[in-house]
Design a protein around this ligand. Structure first.
Ligand SMILES: Cc1cc2nc3c(=O)[nH]c(=O)nc-3n(C[C@H](O)[C@H](O)[C@H](O)COP(=O)(O)O)c2cc1C
Length: 447
């Protein structure tokens, strides 16, 4: 058995992450709001012994260019993630359950309470993806005209997180003594009030739910800007990375892990999962064909719009078969800096036509087409060369690509001794090899 085991997360979209997935998928037509379908996806991921089942989210439908969005319904119809995961907690037993919730729109008390509840309901399998959000549609649902500037959102996120973390330490683990003879339900000395007054939040209170099975839910993050990385180094336990090449991924990995000592943390206390989409086939050619067929199904309006959204520029009137002019690149980004830089780099260096650009741009991941052996080789190369601790799999087409992965790649990884043959732990922390945090109010020596 190899001592470096591959960790896997599943980034779940109803019919898959690809903009044409809904045209190709074998999922039921109502997949996006079909809880039985989601239960089946989670069961397959659990059968494949994944560490984490994960839901990304933006709390907004799109309100413009609906004649284009109607060809790509990704943002228009979906479950609220924490509610969905609470339901899935009852139909799964082992897999971790991670959801996105934005620090730009929630209040810390809500988040502390929601994720504490999910951690209890799932017996210690909850994870919170802390995001600052990256589009103005969401901002408009919460009293703003547009998102605050990028770095200000992170200032709020940091304060937000500190309050949530403090609320999660309201109760010591053994506070609820339940002594019926003495008529003492809980020990008042083991209840700790959060008294916070900062730039964005004022909170005086305690969480009305006991400390959670994992001590606190696992903290996930995916920012890759300078402030995003600094925030991750301070707080995150899992980071979703989105570098498209091995050298870039190694650089990000070394950079982020290198920041941990500043915060008194060890390299092992943070797991980096690289974004990956896998199309597996009996031969590489078969897998490539499947992928290219899907790529051809992207409607040009959708391809253009998705690229434009990440470049923060309107590309809708540009010709499809001519290079994108360098002047279209905005001076700076306020949304996803990594995606923005990737597209800007492609425009400057590769001189591709608009159609070639949207067909080859991958949003925060690498697409790998190959046999089970080739896919495993790739993952092991990234693991062994210090680029990842595992992978965030975002399949182009669900449930189809997931089934193929679990049926073909999982046995290959197991055969090579780089992947578990059964869950050995009970909580998400245990799957990932993360320590259970000590309550700040308890002396570490006696904890
Ligand atoms: C795998 C992955 C999943 C993400 N999920 C979400 C999400 O669900 N909601 C969201 O608003 N941002 C999501 N993001 C975006 C990041 O969390 C981050 O907010 C964004 O990249 C902007 O931060 P940055 O400029 O520091 O990179 C995701 C990014 C990646 C790579």
């Amino acid at each position: 058995m190899n001592d470096r085991q591959i960790h896997l997360g599943l980034l779940t979209h109803p019919t898959g992450a690809h903009p044409a997935s809904w045209l190709k998928s074998s999922a039921p037509r109502d997949a996006a709001t079909n809880i039985d379908y989601y239960r089946r996806i989670a069961a397959t991921a659990e059968q494949g012994l994944f560490d984490l089942f994960f839901i990304a989210d933006t709390p907004a439908a799109r309100t413009e260019k609906l004649h284009i969005h109607c060809r790509n319904p990704e943002f228009m119809n979906r479950f609220e993630p924490i509610t969905l995961l609470s339901a899935l907690a009852g139909s799964t037993q082992h897999i971790g359950l991670g959801a996105t919730a934005s620090t730009s729109f929630y209040e810390p008390y809500n988040i502390a309470r929601l994720f504490a509840s999910l951690d209890h309901i799932s017996h210690g399998r909850a994870g919170w993806n802390v995001v600052t959000s990256a589009n103005d549609y969401a901002a408009r649902n919460y009293g703003l005209d547009k998102l605050p500037p990028h770095d200000d959102r992170y200032v709020r996120a940091r304060e937000f997180y500190k309050v949530v973390e403090s609320l999660w330490d309201t109760w010591e683990d053994d506070a609820f003594v339940q002594d019926k003879e003495q008529c003492i339900n809980f020990d008042p000395d083991k209840f700790h009030i959060t008294d916070h007054s900062g730039k964005y939040f004022k909170v005086y209170g305690g969480l009305n739910i006991r400390r959670t099975p994992q001590g606190r839910p696992v903290i996930i993050q995916a920012g890759s800007s300078e402030v995003g990385k600094q925030f991750a180094a301070e707080t995150a336990e899992v980071v979703f990375a989105s570098d498209p090449t091995l050298p870039q991924a190694r650089k990000f990995y070394a950079d982020l892990k290198g920041r941990l000592p500043q915060f008194g943390r060890s390299a092992d206390s943070l797991k980096i999962l690289a974004g990956l989409s896998v199309v597996v086939g009996e031969s590489q050619a078969e897998a490539e064909d499947k992928y290219q067929e899907l790529q051809r199904m992207i409607h040009p309006d959708v391809g253009r719009m998705r690229l434009g959204a990440d470049l923060e520029a309107d590309l809708t009137s540009l010709p499809l078969d001519e290079p994108v002019p360098v002047e279209m690149i905005p001076q700076k980004s306020n949304f996803h800096q990594a995606y923005f830089n990737q597209i800007a780099g492609m425009i400057r260096e590769q001189k591709l036509t608009l159609r070639q650009l949207y067909s080859s741009y991958e949003r925060g991941k690498v697409t790998l087409c190959g046999t089970a052996a080739q896919v495993t080789d790739h993952m092991m190369e990234w693991m062994e060369s210090g680029a990842a601790d595992g992978f965030m799999l975002s399949f182009h087409v669900l449930p189809d690509d997931l089934h193929n992965f679990v049926g073909m790649v999982v046995p290959e990884m197991q055969r090579r001794g780089v992947y578990r043959k059964a869950y050995s732990g009970a909580t998400l922390r245990e799957h990932l090899g993360l320590a259970r945090p000590v309550n700040r109010h308890v002396d570490a020596v006696t904890a």
